[in-house]
Ligand binder design. Structure first.
Ligand SMILES: [Fe+2]
Length: 285
């Protein structure tokens, strides 16, 4: 394993650690990165740009490491104070990246994914062309995933109502050209195997005991044991990938392993390496 691959894994592991603190996020980073990647590939962007967009989408919420779990998992509306703490996450993410040798690849998506074309986003209120393509793509697919996933404070929308909401906010919240392209792809079914899934081909499961998402890894076999990220109840997973069932066990499981998609990491390493000046990327920016 070369240095670039190791650095990618270190960055993605940080993002997985952050996601593990949010019991309702199960698979959010996977979905956002896959949606962004499919859109970037369909736009026929160069391979290094596709990699940067995929990686940026995977780590965009890194700054949520600074948001209390009580806020991340709150089942009711956030207070103004809590909302301010949540809105600090892009800048916290930027601070968390300081010194990481691959920071320059993800800085824009981490800092700017809540900026909007009309300048009403945060933290900087950037507008129009000041908003880089990677941030516009991550912002768009992040919003689509937020709408099509159940969270602690609201149930998920279907794909079509979410696309309608995007259409209603073209040129204000979303880049017009990108949003129209995304909607066209979505209506042709391009994202049907991503929306509502926690991993490729695995439909999202909710904890039968307390509600949050239980992401079942694709390597799971019938009889394996998995835990709810919130109540920690253990479940025996029965069936197959097309139709998993969760049977509660009289045990609580304190921790679960973080998973990194090594196939995707290899793919990103190859795409990035193609145009990388290793002294800049691995050394000393
Ligand atoms: Fe975010």
């Amino acid at each position: 394993m070369d240095l670039l691959t190791r650095l990618l894994i270190s960055l993605i592991t940080q993002a997985a650690l952050v996601e593990a603190r949010d019991a309702w996020a199960g698979g959010h980073l996977w979905r956002v990165s896959q949606l962004a990647r499919r859109l970037a590939l369909d736009l026929k962007l160069p391979a290094p740009d596709v990699a940067q967009i995929t990686l940026g989408a995977l780590v965009h919420d890194l700054g949520k490491i600074g948001v209390a779990e009580t806020i991340l998992n709150k089942p009711t509306r956030l207070s103004d104070e809590e909302f301010d703490a949540m809105r600090a996450h892009p800048e916290t993410g930027l601070a968390a990246l300081v010194g990481h040798p691959l920071a320059h690849l993800v800085r824009e998506s981490v800092l700017m994914h809540h900026e909007t074309p009309d300048g009403t986003g945060y933290p900087q209120g950037l507008q129009g062309d000041a908003l880089p393509l990677v941030a516009r793509i991550v912002g768009l697919v992040d919003a689509f995933d937020a709408m099509t996933s159940t969270r602690s404070y609201r149930r998920q929308l279907g794909i079509e109502p979410a696309l309608q909401a995007i259409e209603d906010n073209i040129d204000t919240q979303f880049d017009g050209g990108l949003a129209r392209h995304f909607i066209k792809m979505a209506r042709a079914g391009a994202f049907d195997d991503i929306a509502g899934h926690s991993e490729k081909g695995i439909a999202m499961q909710h904890c039968p005991t307390c509600g949050p998402i239980i992401a079942i890894p694709h390597k799971t076999r019938s009889g394996d044991v998995i835990a709810c990220p919130a109540c920690r109840t253990g479940f025996k997973v029965l069936g197959n990938a097309n139709d998993w069932h969760l049977r509660p066990l009289p045990v609580h499981i304190s921790a679960r392993p973080l998973s990194v998609d090594h196939e995707l990491v290899q793919c990103l390493a190859q795409e990035i390496r193609a145009q990388l000046d290793e002294r800049v990327a691995l050394g000393v920016v």
